[in-house]
Design a protein around this ligand. Structure first.
Ligand code: F6P
Length: 355
């Protein structure tokens, strides 16, 4: 069996570890090199491929980004469906494909699988919102960067008695915001899962500072949304109809400055979360999932997403995970209640506040 591999969607740390594991496992189980497609699905459409063998993978384990390059969705894929992909894979003699990507990549992987082509998907996205796995490649590294940012903001905030707003990535789910907020001891965390009440947050920050605190960190996921009390600026949609996320951190910072009267500064962490060397956990996760994906393909277990769960490796049917979002769990949201703003959770059942 000849295997192809691609990385799709936004890059992240740990992709090269996964690619290396795919190539090494294919060499081990199938005694073959791998066809690596450049620039995600666009590379398959254009027949832009490179041969990957053990030699080609030397030194990539600790490097961030993806050595194959990546791309977001393509117009051609949308209009022509899977036919050109299937034709190119046949021309290249590829009999099974490992796709390493997030939600967009998964949807095309599922279509290909529904068309009868053997595909195994590996989850990656710093947003950590793919169903069928407890963790996606790239999340741990991004969480480390975001947590360090919270730590650093603490010391400068304390020196100036300021509110510091930190905007992190997280389009549909608040895994980075919740993780860094809890790990870094933020005063409030705003996640896409629960609309925030800006007045309630402002009230809490005023109370904190009047009590004894001289710094408050507010972590805002880029996809956080206000409840009905204030209107978020309309930032429009992109060519694919996705909401453009731009400026939620600044919006929150401005509102808090106005409502609290405290000096407030906003930092947008941006692509620093996606770049740089992978954490050991991401190297390990990429290696595990890449290797297991090839094993699944070689063993005839395709049409699956290979993920990790508490008992080890989980193989979920693509039909069950493609097009779905893994949100913060009820447990995580409840934990956030100790520091955050979820309106339904911020008051105890006896009517008193947590703070
Ligand atoms: O890959 C996920 C993600 O990092 C989101 O958190 C963010 O909204 C988006 O990618 C940014 O994508 P782009 O690279 O297209 O600007």
């Amino acid at each position: 069996m000849r295997i192809g591999v691609l990385t799709g969607g936004g890059d992240c740390a740990g992709l090269n570890a996964a690619l290396r594991a795919v190539v090494r496992m294919a060499g081990h189980l199938l005694d073959r090199s791998v066809v690596g497609y450049r620039r995600g699905w666009n590379g398959v459409l254009d027949g832009d491929a490179v041969t990957l063998d053990a030699e080609a993978m030397r030194g990539v384990l600790s490097r961030g980004g993806t050595m194959l390059g990546t791309s977001r969705s393509s117009r051609r894929l949308q209009t022509e469906g899977t036919a050109p992909l299937l034709a190119q894979l046949e021309r290249d003699g590829v009999e099974g494909l490992v796709t390493i990507g997030g939600d967009g990549t998964l949807i095309t992987a599922r279509r290909l699988s529904d068309a009868g082509f053997p595909v195994v998907a590996v989850p990656k996205t710093i947003d950590n919102d793919v169903c069928g796995t407890d963790s996606c490649i790239g999340f741990d590294t991004a969480l480390g960067v975001a947590t360090e940012a919270v730590d650093r903001l603490h010391t400068t905030a304390e020196s100036h008695n300021r509110i510091m707003v930190l905007e992190v990535m997280g389009r549909e789910a608040g895994h980075i915001a919740a993780g860094a907020g809890i790990a870094g001891g933020a005063a409030a965390v705003l996640v896409p899962e629960t609309p925030f009440d800006i007045d309630e947050i402002a009230e809490r920050l005023i109370a904190r500072h009047h009590r004894d605190r001289n710094a408050s960190i507010v972590v805002v996921a880029e996809g956080a949304v206000p409840d009905g009390s204030v209107e978020a600026p309309d930032t429009g949609t992109d060519e694919w109809g996705n909401r453009i996320l731009d400026g939620m951190g600044q919006f929150v910072g401005d509102l808090l400055a106005e409502r609290t009267g405290f000096e407030t500064r906003t930092t947008v962490l941006g692509y620093i979360q996606r770049g740089g060397p992978p954490s050991p956990a991401d190297r390990l996760l990429g290696s595990r999932l890449g290797a297991r994906a090839v094993e699944a393909l070689a063993g005839g277990r395709s049409g699956r997403l290979v993920g990790v769960c508490s008992t080890g490796i989980a193989y979920s049917p693509l039909a069950e995970v493609a097009g779905r979002t893994r949100y913060l769990s009820a447990d995580q949201l409840e934990l956030l209640d100790y520091i955050s703003t979820a309106p339904a959770l911020t008051r105890r059942s006896d009517g008193r506040r947590w703070f």
